[in-house]
Design a protein around this ligand. Sequence first.
Ligand code: SAM
Length: 390
Amino acid sequence: MNEKLTKSQHTITLKTFFGFEETLADELHELGYAECTILNRAVQIKGTWKDVYFLNLHSRCAISVLIEISKFMIKDEKDIYKKAKEIQWTELFDIKKSFAVKGAIFSNLFSNTKYPLLLVKDAITDSFREKYEERPNVEISRPEVLIDLYVKENQATISINTSGAPLFQREYRKETGLAPMNEVVAACLIRMSGWDRKTTFLDPFSGSGTLVAEAALLASGIPSNIERQFYAFKNLLNYDSELWDSIYDAVNYKIRELPGKIIGSDINDTMVLKARRNIRNFAFSRAVEINGMNFNEVKSNDEPVFIITNPPYGERMGDRINELYEAIGNWLKHSMTNSVCWIISSNDDALKSIGLKTSVRQKVFNGDLECSFRKFEIYAGSKKHVEPTE
Ligand SMILES: C[S@@+](CC[C@H](N)C(=O)[O-])C[C@H]1O[C@@H](n2cnc3c(N)ncnc32)[C@H](O)[C@@H]1O
């Protein structure tokens, strides 16, 4: 095992979606990282390459794990090339590996935000050419090595994106419907909701089962990325397979029982089949129920139930969408007494039709859609109609 990978400290940045920064920091605390700096759509910690391997496997709320290799001030574009050229690229990865440079530029120094990325790409290819008279291939869609450039005004940071393809590509979800939820969004919503991982979990609009699968993975303690094979760090020259194997093999993935019931249901039988297929590779698959039924046929029998759900937003439903949300409100009041229900929707108007008081609301995004994630608490006394809050 390479000692350097387990000893030298680096700045590690975990990226996430808008609105989930605190949620990711909360996950990092649970994973043992007490000191986190919250940034815009990211959280930063100090750690080693061992932490990088560990977090790629264990974080459910991060989209990618970046390790910083150079940070510098710039006056103009020439500084980007010059500083990028100082990095020992030929010691980082082999000429046979494909690579790409991606990132985000927030600086008045550049009118074309793609240009700084090209400068780093040129610095990399020139470094290889000078040493081997050849250069590695650039591959935009699925590079084996991914370099990240972040420029904020006159400060630039070059990092290695050690995940490569985003971590929501978990590789367990083989089948989806028309509007599948992103797996990282699902994991973040579940953590944000404060579900205790034991109370019966229900998604009555479960579609391809993303919330159900992420809830079961969280409750079992199995990393959401257990099925994923691709990580860009495996393509670097410093890759230590023994270190990775020790981290991967420490996971107990043979969990068959879950601490509480996890239930999904959907009116569309094709979606029910897809959801079942998506979870059947996990040892706990028999402990998860996926039923074909209308949401209003699901009953709690006064048992506490924790609902997180993503009903249709109504793009193709016209006025009937408000009726659907009104029916959800009635169902909660009459059949789900003693429950907590979190609903994510982009349709504010429809959410008002639920007719129950919202106790918490968060602005989040599901893909490109701005959504509200709202908590409703239903007790026996909630049966009477309450005027919805704005
Ligand atoms: C936005 S999708 C949910 C997507 C899901 N979160 C996923 O990741 O695949 C909404 C789902 O609600 C289901 N649905 C629509 N009306 C329903 C009803 N009355 N009862 C139960 N399910 C319904 C649809 O079949 C669809 O799968």
